[in-house]
Design a protein around this ligand. Structure first.
Ligand code: NAP
Ligand code: ZN
Length: 346
C-alpha cells in the first residue's frame, strides 16, 4: 500500500511531500491511520545528519497517535477503531535478556527504530509523518480515551523518555529533582516529576519561560546563564534529568548533586562527555544514561498520564509548516511540542 508522507530527501534539505510503501498486514500486524505525530528534536538531529549517515529519503516521526484500521489474524490486543500509539520502537528480537526483561530498547540484536533503521525483513523503516503505518502489535500501545489525542502524541517519546529515568531513580515525595532544558522532553519531565510528588526545579538557559515552568508544576526556576545558580544550588538535588539537545558541561551539574545523587542524561547531543572523576567519586555520585523505555513501561506511563490528566503542551501545525517548526525548535522557541495534523499530509 502506498501512502502519503513527508520526507527529508537528503541531509540538511527541507522536508517535502512524497509517498512511501507500507507492507501488507501480516498475522501479527496492526494497520494504523495516523491522526497526529509529534516533532521530536531527534527527528531534526537525524535529518540534518548530526547522528551520522542516514538511509535517505527519511520520513521522520516517532510520536504517533491514530486509530486501528485493520489487524492481522493473530492480533488479540487491538481492534479496528481502537485509539493507539507508536513510539520510537517497532521491532526487537524478543528473545534476548533485555527484550525478555521488558527493555526492548536495549535489544541485544539491536532495536529497530521507527524510522531510518533496517527492519528484520531488510526494509528501511519510515516514520509517522505519514497517513498510515503498519506495525507489529507488540509495539502498538493503547492510548486511553480520556487523553486528548494530539496532546498524547508526544507522550510516545518525550513522555516515556523522561518517565523512565524519573521512575528508575525514584522521583517522588521528599526527592529534589531538577530538569535541565525546558523543551519537549523537559516540560514533560516537569509535569511527570510533579505528578510523582517530587520537589521540582527547572534549570533553563534564561528566566524567559519561568511563568510557564511554574504552571507546568515546577517549584523553583533558575537560569543556567547566571553563574550564581551553580553556587547557590551546589549539592542540592537527588536527581537531575538532563534533556538538553546540545553539549552541556556535565561537571557543572554533577556539582549540584547531593551525596549519592544521580545525573541522568537523556539529551542526545553527539560527542564525548568529559567527566571530572573527582566530582563523581567524592560524593558517590552517579552518572546515568537512559534511552526511551520498554513497551510495558510506555503503557504504564500512558496510563499514569491518563490518571493524572497529563498531556503535552502543544502547537498543532499543518505538514507544510514542518520546516519552519524545525527552525523554531532549533531556536528553543517551542511551547512545548509541535504536533502535525496528518490530515494535512498529501
Ligand atoms: P527541544 O524541544 O529542542 O528541547 C531542548 C531544550 O534544550 C531547549 O528547549 C533548551 O531549553 C535547551 N537547549 C537547547 N540548546 C541549548 C544550548 N545550546 N545550551 C543549553 N541548553 C540548550 O528537544 P527535545 O525534543 O526535548 O529533545 C532534547 C534532546 O533529547 C535531543 O538531543 C533529543 O535528540 C534527545 N532525545 C533523547 C531521547 C532518549 O531516549 N535518550 C529521546 C528523545 C529525545 P531552555 O530553553 O529551557 O534552556
Ligand atoms: Zn523522540
Amino acid at each position: 500500500m502506498r501512502v502519503n508522507a513527508y520526507a527529508a530527501p537528503a541531509a540538511g534539505l527541507p522536508l517535502a511531500p512524497t509517498t512511501v510503501e507500507r507492507r501488507a498486514v501480516g498475522p501479527n500486524d496492526v494497520l494504523i491511520a495516523i491522526r497526529y505525530v509529534g516533532i521530536c528534536h531527534s527527528d531534526i538531529h537525524t535529518v540534518r545528519g548530526e547522528w551520522g549517515p542516514q538511509p535517505f529519503p527519511v520520513v521522520p516521526g516517532h510520536e504517533i497517535v491514530g486509530t486501528v484500521v485493520e489487524v492481522g489474524s493473530d492480533v488479540t490486543r487491538h481492534r479496528p477503531g481502537d485509539r493507539v500509539g507508536v513510539g520510537c520502537l517497532v521491532n526487537s528480537c524478543g528473545r534476548c535478556a533485555p527484550c525478555l526483561g521488558g527493555d526492548e530498547q536495549y535489544c541485544a540484536r539491536g532495536p529497530v527504530f521507527t524510522y531510518a533503521f533496517t527492519d528484520h525483513d531488510g526494509t528501511i523503516t519510515q516514520g509517522g509523518y505519514s497517513t498510515h503505518i503498519v506495525v507489529d502489535a507488540h509495539f502498538v500501545l493503547s492510548v486511553p480515551d480520556s487523553l486528548d489525542p494530539a496532546a498524547a502524541a508526544p507522550l510516545l517519546c518525550a513522555g516515556i523518555t523522561t518517565y523512565a529515568p524519573l521512575r528508575r531513580w525514584g522521583a517522588g515525595p521528599g526527592k529534589r529533582v531538577a530538569v535541565v532544558g525546558l523543551g519537549g522532553l523537559g516540560h514533560m519531565a516537569v509535569k511527570i516529576a510533579h505528578a510523582l510528588g517530587a520537589e521540582v526545579t527547572v534549570l533553563s538557559q534564561s528566566l524567559k519561560k519561568q511563568e510557564d515552568g511554574r504552571r507546568l508544576g515546577a517549584d523553583h526556576y533558575h537560569a543556567t546563564a547566571d553563574p550564581a545558580t551553580f553556587t547557590e544550588l551546589a549539592g542540592r538535588f537527588d536527581l537531575i534529568v538532563n534533556t538538553v539537545s546540545a553539549e552541556v558541561d556535565v561537571n557543572a551539574y554533577l556539582g549540584l548533586l547531593t551525596v549519592g545523587g544521580v545525573l541522568a542524561s537523556v539529551g542526545a547531543a553527539p560527542g564525548p562527555l568529559v567527566v571530572d572523576g573527582f566530582l563523581l567519586s567524592s560524593a558517590g555520585r552517579v552518572l546515568a544514561g537512559s534511552m526511551i523505555g520498554g513497551i510495558a513501561l510506555t503503557q504504564e506511563m500512558l496510563d499514569f498520564c491518563a490518571e493524572h490528566g497529563i498531556g503535552a503542551d502543544i502547537e498543532v501545525i499543518s505538514a507544510d509548516q514542518v520546516n519552519e517548526a524545525y527552525e523554531r525548535v532549533l531556536a528553543s522557541d517551542v511551547r512545548y511540542r509541535f504536533v502535525i495534523d496528518t490530515a494535512t499530509i498529501g
